[in-house]
Design a protein around this ligand. Structure first.
Ligand code: FAD
Ligand code: SF4
Length: 493
């Protein structure tokens, strides 16, 4: 069992898993943490979850601490002993498994759609691009999610237009009950002591703060988090899905990504519970549908894109962006910028290793795209800095969705904006020293100026994109464009 295969669905004989009495092996490989400078809260969560799972499995599992997976395997059973494993979640882990002398690879778990089903769907589209919305409708139909016969409940597949509300006027928080908070155990204390020791010995380096653990490390905790979300927070999830408030860091989001990605929750149980809440009249359809779309649409789509596009996809760089990330960004140091939105989001990432989707896409990712940072380095940064970051989920989300480095294989247009969008969707601009409406001069918002600068830089490409051409034509109306370009050339970061 890899460290992200921790739920009961990975050892369920009824679902093709190992025999009830089959011995299990888990390997805690220190080299994983040595290779990259991870957020310390992420390292803590993964080790805590693995060790909690090993404690639950008791004598049935052999838990080996080793330098590498290969060494762990050698130590535990010898490299030639036949092993069985569920399909791992990264190309690198899959290559490692495939190179073992005697291995049986079981189908992937933790997703609704199998690789073969996705391939049939994707190949069946001929020359048409892969689009999440089409895939999502197909999953809704094939899994009978929020359906009435062969039609979507309520008559529409997608209620996104109801899910783009700005935050309520003058509110500082949404006023919804807080998300579930786990209580730490002795295992967490032991993990902390180990991480302190590794860092002290100079063996590994971390970034970010490892405060009280915020995310579930066990199945029991993950189920409690799911219950709390669907019962108390799902109702307001839809309308304010894209909104950001400085004092309400979690808004109405589920905070379930790390539990899903560790394999502690199965996506089917999450979407089924959300649908049941809607059917019992407890939550509005836009909330249930919005949540189901995130999991059955986006999460599934991202997983399959990762495998379908193959190993080369991660190095895509259609826009030929080469700039390196500045130190303040990689160090998660909010003092490195005067942009209030960036300060706020970096502070949150530093403290927790998590922010919701819009800060990731429209603040962090959008800034990286506008500055022309190298997409591979941006992917690595996201992977290391977020508690829910794994190769399969980061590569499509960063390379495809946020940096448009794949030239549109996954999305119809680059996701980026000027400050006006951030101003509309958040309360972050009012206290900022910049003004979202200003593009040139002392008060120029780096996002507004950066947006026009990006459009100018890639005019040739974007003017042929139906969803971007109007924005590109806007460049011709800017009388101060030369001044703006000069200003952006001189910008320090
Ligand atoms: P909610 O808003 O409550 O959504 C419910 C669930 O939907 C999430 O828990 C998640 O499992 C799923 N989901 C929604 N959107 C996506 C998506 N685009 N890709 C995959 N799952 C999705 N998500 C990760 O799980 N790991 C990542 O490393 C990650 N990196 C991202 C990087 C960038 C640049 C962007 C734009 C998005 C990234 N996402 C990632 C997707 C999304 O931002 C997070 O899943 C979400 O913010 C997690 O918070 P939540 O659990 O409260 O999500
Ligand atoms: Fe961010 Fe610009 Fe708003 Fe400041 S004015 S918070 S830099 S979008």
């Amino acid at each position: 069992m890899f460290g992200d295969q921790l739920g009961p669905h990975f050892v369920d004989p009824a679902r093709g898993g190992p025999h009830r009495d089959a011995p299990l092996l888990m390997i805690e490989a220190r080299s994983v943490f040595r290779r990259r400078r991870f957020h310390r809260a992420k390292a803590h969560l993964i080790l805590s979850a693995m060790r909690h799972r090993a404690a639950e499995l008791g004598d049935r599992v052999r838990y080996v601490k080793a330098d590498t997976y290969r060494e762990g395997l050698r130590q535990a059973v010898g490299e030639d002993t036949p092993v069985t494993v569920h399909h791992p979640t990264s190309h690198a882990a899959r290559a490692f498994v495939d190179a073992l002398p005697s291995v049986r690879v079981l189908p992937a778990r933790g997703f609704l759609v199998t690789h073969d089903e996705f391939k049939t769907w994707a190949d069946g589209r001929g020359t048409k691009s892969l689009r999440q919305e089409d895939f999502y409708r197909w999953v809704r139909q094939t899994h009978d999610l929020l359906m009435e016969g062969d039609r979507p409940v309520g008559g529409k597949w997608n209620l996104d237009h109801d899910n783009r509300e700005p935050p309520p006027k003058d509110a500082t928080d949404l006023g919804v009950p807080a998300p579930y908070h786990p209580r730490e155990s002795d295992i967490d204390a032991e993990v902390r002591a180990d991480l302190d020791r590794w860092a002290r010995d100079g063996d590994v380096e971390f970034v970010g703060e490892d405060g009280p653990r915020q995310f579930p490390a066990t199945r029991r905790e993950a189920l409690a988090a799911l219950k709390r979300f669907v019962e108390h927070r799902l109702a307001t999830f839809g309308a304010y899905e894209d909104a950001v408030l400085a004092k309400d860091k979690t808004m109405s989001h589920s905070l379930l990504s790390s539990s899903l990605n560790l394999g502690l929750l199965d996506p089917a149980e999450c979407v089924e519970r959300a649908e049941a809440r809607w059917r019992s009249g407890d939550v509005p359809l836009n909330s249930a549908e919005g949540f189901v779309r995130q999991i059955a649409g986006w999460r599934e789509f991202v997983w399959h894109v990762y495998w379908y596009f193959g190993t080369e996809y991660r190095t895509s760089n259609t826009l030929r962006h080469r700039a390196q990330l500045p130190d303040w960004f990689t160090e998660l140091s909010p003092d490195g910028t005067d942009a209030n939105c960036l300060t706020h989001v970096l502070e949150q990432v530093r403290g927790t290793g998590w922010t919701h989707h819009i800060p990731r896409l429209m603040i962090l990712g959008s800034f990286a795209l506008q500055r022309g940072w190298e997409p591979g380095a941006v992917t690595d940064w996201f992977h290391r800095s977020f508690v829910d970051g794994y190769d399969w989920v980061m590569v499509p989300n960063v390379v495809g969705m946020s940096q448009y480095a794949d030239g549109g294989r996954m999305t119809t247009k680059p996701y980026t904006s000027g400050g006006a969008y951030i101003d509309r969707m958040s309360d972050l601009c009012k206290p900022c020293r910049y003004k979202p409406s200003v593009r040139v001069g002392e008060d120029a918002c780096p996002f507004t100026a950066g947006y026009w600068n990006l459009l100018h830089r890639h005019r040739d490409r974007f003017e042929h994109n139906a969803r971007m051409s109007q924005a590109v034509r806007g460049l011709d109306r800017l009388r101060d464009l030369d001044e703006l370009l000069e200003q952006e050339r001189a910008r320090r970061d």
